[in-house]
Design a protein. Structure first.
Length: 145
């Protein structure tokens, strides 16, 4: 199963975030802008981190923002936010974060498949620094296609 399409309006380059909640909010805003989710999904992504900690920081510099499927997910969606300045999420090894990939999945059965597909994208160690330094949404989109 391929990843959801990454539309240009779901990509934010050089966002300013004072902390991890602002970074997750930027990802949520991108998912809302692209029509994948409502703002309630953003609140749930933040709640997941409050409940379970910074496990979403899956590699040095990279956070995978997500929550379980729910009524606030309108369609499968993907977003990417790069930060002007990295922020700490509280992960002991992978902080600070400069790239947030947001994932909204409508069907519970698809969640693990999409996460596995994302892992394939990030198997190349050059991808995170390339995304962090991206200057155009088109470049970011090309990494995921």
């Amino acid at each position: 199963m391929p990843l959801p399409h990454l539309p240009l309006d779901a990509i934010t380059i050089g966002a300013h975030a004072d902390d991890w909640t602002a970074a997750i909010t930027a990802a949520g805003d991108a998912l809302v802008r692209s029509g994948a989710a409502t703002s309630a999904y953003t609140e749930r992504m933040i709640a997941v981190i409050h409940e379970f900690g910074a496990y979403i920081v899956i590699a040095p510099g990279l956070a995978l923002a997500h929550a379980r499927p729910g009524a606030d997910v309108l369609t499968d969606g993907l977003c990417v936010v790069t930060l002007a300045e990295p922020v700490a999420f509280g992960h002991p090894h992978n902080d600070p974060v400069s790239v947030i990939v947001g994932l909204a999945v409508a069907g519970a059965d698809d969640h693990l498949q999409f996460v596995a597909e994302l892992a394939n994208v990030f198997n190349d160690p050059a991808v995170i620094p390339a995304l962090a330094g991206a200057t155009t949404a088109e470049f970011v989109q090309s990494v995921f296609s």
